[in-house]
Design a protein around this ligand. Structure first.
Ligand code: ADP
Ligand code: MG
Length: 269
């Protein structure tokens, strides 16, 4: 067989894109109100629309009380918005029965809670194995072992949460969300209790989890962490105040500071 060296190499034409795939996560006009101290409804989310594509790590930052946790709970199907819609991989959560929503969450969604939410009667190992058990999947011992090793807790697998420090509990919560393959992982301040080195390790894991068909939505106060996201959403008073791509910590700090400042035109009395 001989090929002529003169034969031009024609680049293969790229096939035209099929219909654009639905984003992994899409929220439209999310509104959430909570009853205030006197019972009157207090708006916490005031109309948020956003999308997350497969492969993305999206960070959500904003002042305390701006609605970040509430947003994560609504996006992940843990809580229902007062109005507006959330779709995960094209399925609208509001149209699902409780059972179907629970099934979708078990199969597609991982969540790292701000308050860890570990089961106190279970060891670290069993806490990490729990999502697979709940999804009635085979618990792969090596997946659980690996997830604990990745957060540096291989030697604490048999410990119960009460015997672990806050930072260690937080790392178990991260291992639990990452031990099973989930399309979407939500992490609510997953490095809040960690020192710099452990926090960077958790960030590496979340960064790596956001690839291929998977995406991660991360709420954080840590602007170094947020700077590693593909996109940063700045929340202010339940609204998206800004969206930044490729911003460094300094630019993020400016955006968050602006979000924390009183609205232009607001005058104290
Ligand atoms: N279950 C609830 N009932 C009443 N108010 C709530 C509830 N959850 C959150 N809030 C209020 O909603 C606002 C936003 O809370 P949250 O989403 O936790 O903010 P963040 O995570 O940005 O600090 C706060 O003012 C908080 O007090
Ligand atoms: Mg919060």
């Amino acid at each position: 067989m001989s090929t002529s060296p003169d034969e031009p190499t024609v680049p293969r034409p790229t096939p035209p894109p099929a219909v654009a795939p639905a984003p992994l996560l899409r929220a439209r006009d999310l509104v959430k109100t909570h009853p205030g101290p006197d019972g009157t409804p207090v708006p916490v989310l005031r109309g948020i629309s956003m999308e997350v594509a497969a492969g993305e790590l999206v960070a959500v930052v904003g002042p305390s009380g701006s609605g970040k946790s509430t947003l994560l709970h609504c996006l992940s199907g843990l809580d229902r918005p007062s109005s507006g819609t959330v779709e995960i991989a094209g399925t609208e959560l509001g149209g699902l029965s409780r059972g179907a929503l629970a099934k979708l969450r078990r199969e597609r969604v991982g969540f790292v809670f701000q308050a860890y939410n570990l089961i106190s009667s279970l060891t670290a190992w069993d806490n990490v194995a729990l999502p697979a058990r709940l999804a009635r999947r085979t618990v792969r011992v090596q997946n659980v072992d690996r997830a604990l090793a990745r957060v540096g807790l291989a030697d604490r697998a048999r410990a119960k949460p009460s015997a672990l420090s806050g930072g260690q509990q937080q790392r178990v919560a991260v291992a639990r969300a990452l031990a099973v393959d989930r399309d979407l992982v939500f992490a609510d301040e997953p490095t809040g209790a960690l020192d710099t080195a452990a926090g960077a390790q958790v960030l590496d894991l979340l960064r790596a989890a956001a690839s291929g068909s998977r995406a991660v939505v991360l709420v954080t106060h840590d602007l170094q962490a947020a700077a590693r996201a593909d996109r940063v959403l700045v929340l202010r008073d339940g609204l998206l105040h800004a969206e930044l791509r490729g911003a460094g910590p300094a630019e993020l700090l400016a955006a968050v500071t602006a979000a924390a400042a009183p609205a232009a035109g607001a005058v104290g009395r």
